[in-house]
Design a protein around this ligand. Structure first.
Ligand code: HEM
Length: 150
């Protein structure tokens, strides 16, 4: 599958995967921070978590989600997604899960702002379980992208 990207295709795909790894590293770490932050509410440690979360967001999560989306859309254009190319069911399913994962990040960032204001509303055990969502999403997305089962 080379499309309009020609010889650049493999380079764009490599860059896509590199930034996927950065994004996922941030997305695995961020919910862990939220758990520690919530458990430190009311202590001087809480302010440090506010700072760590802001840094992780600014340095990793925000830039990498943007670049992954940008390169992913370029690859999807190259694959003919918007020309009605057949056989791209896997890509539709993948995009659906990536949309949900992007929404998950929005929720987590919103929750970190609530914690920064001293308000944690989700039980810690539940918050730990919610932290496993990105791992589950990665399993599904990688199977869809690599195996392309439909
Ligand atoms: C943000 C929106 C995303 C879009 C629009 C997108 C789209 C694409 C497209 C069109 C390809 C090229 C497939 C091919 O040429 O065969 C691709 C490759 C790939 N994507 Fe994404 N992707 C996105 C996010 C992600 C995420 C979040 C992950 C992992 C968690 C991921 C993992 C991969 C992998 C592993 C490949 C290489 C598949 C292969 O060549 O075998 N992508 N992506």
């Amino acid at each position: 599958m080379t499309g309009f990207l020609g010889l650049a295709y493999l380079w764009v795909k490599a860059a896509h995967i590199i930034f996927v790894i950065f994004w996922m590293a941030g997305l695995f770490l961020f919910p862990r921070y939220l758990v520690h932050h919530q458990e430190s509410l009311g202590t001087p440690e809480a302010d440090k978590w506010v700072h760590r979360e802001a840094l992780l967001r600014r340095m990793i999560l925000t830039p990498s989600i943007g670049i992954v989306w940008l390169l992913g859309i370029v690859l999807a254009l190259n694959a003919g997604l918007f020309d009605g190319q057949p056989g791209l069911g896997w890509l539709h399913a993948k995009l659906f899960i990536v949309f949900l994962l992007s929404g998950y990040q929005g929720w987590a960032v919103g929750y970190s702002k609530k914690l920064a204001a001293g308000q944690g509303s989700v039980a810690s055990r539940r918050l730990r379980a919610i932290g496993e969502v990105p791992a589950l999403a990665v399993v599904l997305i990688v199977i869809l992208a690599v195996v392309k089962p439909f």
